[in-house]
Design a protein around this ligand. Structure first.
Ligand code: NDP
Length: 330
């Protein structure tokens, strides 16, 4: 292990003003853990954008190395499940929020948080999927557990050009679902069709206050947007359908009525990736190797370097990033 190494650090002064800088640090500045991972690839997720811009109180310990996920190689381990040379993936568990994270050459982590990277998935591909894509898979699995199948009818995907949305479209289309994509970027319609969307709607149709019950348009939904968008997604879900909710890009509120639940038996399925149990994570990552077309993954992701992370995080929060961003740390 070579020290010192480059890391992004979020600090806070006595007046609680946050600053972000790139600095050389040593392993001693990383928090405790029984496995040290050399980070080969990481990503910029919405939550990383919130942490770096300080737009929401994601970081709860200072100084913090942000970065909520990574793929890399174990370089030191006191954990029985992992040995030097193992290729691993880390998502969530408060890493990059309360535990020093992935935007550094090395991350010291708990082995309990790691999973082995499935064979057939490179570190860069694993992070092209990243937490956003893995959450898309968790949403698809939630709809399946509820009994939704391609025969049930179309599935709405909101925030379609975002990380969760674009991977969700790709997975659903490979599984044979008809996908209705909601976006505020209609100029990206061709891109969304290339991922497998068969209908594109303007997100303005969903993002304003709507009726308690609308026309029944879809059998289910994957929503990463929240607020009025989720309320309208529910109000237009067909009898017996379900919407998997995982995000808040429009807002954390849910200005809805109970009408879709009590008159149409619609279900709202909450999806969390951060504390998801290991077995479900392993299932999701294994499914991703089968149910996500790698050529579509490559089409929806772009690769950047470590020095581009901060600017990309800001652009993501401004809604200027399409699909997924992979950071090549090598
Ligand atoms: P991105 O920024 O990549 O995508 C968000 C998308 O939402 C945008 O691309 C845009 O899509 C749409 N959007 C943005 N602002 C608004 C708005 N004001 N009104 C309506 N739509 C809007 O983020 P991710 O895909 O990485 O994450 C999406 C959400 O999911 C975030 O809130 C994130 O925190 C959450 N998330 C939750 C997880 C969990 O464990 N529950 C895990 C991962 C993510 P378009 O331009 O197509 O309209």
């Amino acid at each position: 292990m070579q020290e010192p190494f480059k890391a992004i650090l979020i600090t806070r002064d006595d007046d609680k003003v946050q600053s972000v800088e790139t600095r050389e640090i040593g392993l001693a500045e990383l928090m405790d853990g029984d496995v040290v991972v050399e980070v080969e690839a990481t990503t910029v997720n919405y939550k990383d954008g919130l942490a770096i811009t300080g737009k929401a109180p994601v970081v709860r310990r200072w100084p913090m190395v942000p970065g909520i996920d990574c793929a890399g190689t174990v370089v030191q381990s006191d954990h029985e499940g992992y040995k030097e040379g193992d290729q691993v993936i880390l998502n969530g568990w408060g890493v990059g929020e309360t535990h020093t994270g992935a935007y550094a050459r090395y991350a010291r982590l708990s082995g309990d948080w790691l999973i082995h990277r499935p064979s057939g998935l490179s570190a860069l591909d694993a992070m092209a999927i990243g937490t956003a894509g893995y959450t898309s898979m968790l949403c698809v699995m939630a709809l399946e557990r509820y009994g939704i199948t391609p025969a049930s009818g179309p599935i709405l995907v909101t925030g379609a050009n975002g990380g969760v949305g674009s991977v969700a479209i790709s997975i659903l289309s490979k599984l044979g679902y008809e996908v209705v994509a909601s976006t505020g970027r209609p100029d990206e319609a061709e891109f969304l069709r290339s991922l497998g969307a068969s209908e594109i709607i303007d997100r303005a149709e969903l993002s304003e206050p709507g009726r308690p019950l609308g026309k029944e348009r879809w059998a289910g939904g994957i929503d990463s947007v929240g607020s009025h968008t989720l309320a309208n997604a529910l109000s237009m879900t067909r009898y017996g359908g379900a919407v998997a909710a995982c995000g808040l890009a429009q807002g954390a509120d849910l200005p809805a009525t109970v009408m879709p639940f009590i008159l149409r038996g619609v279900a709202l399925l909450g999806v969390d990736s951060v504390m998801a149990p290991k077995q479900r994570r392993e299932e999701a990552w294994s499914r991703l190797t089968q149910d996500l077309d790698l050529s579509k993954l490559h089409a929806l992701s772009k690769t950047i370097g470590f020095d581009d992370i901060i600017d990309t995080a800001k652009a993501l929060i401004d809604g200027k990033v399409r699909g997924r961003v992979v950071v090549d740390m090598k």
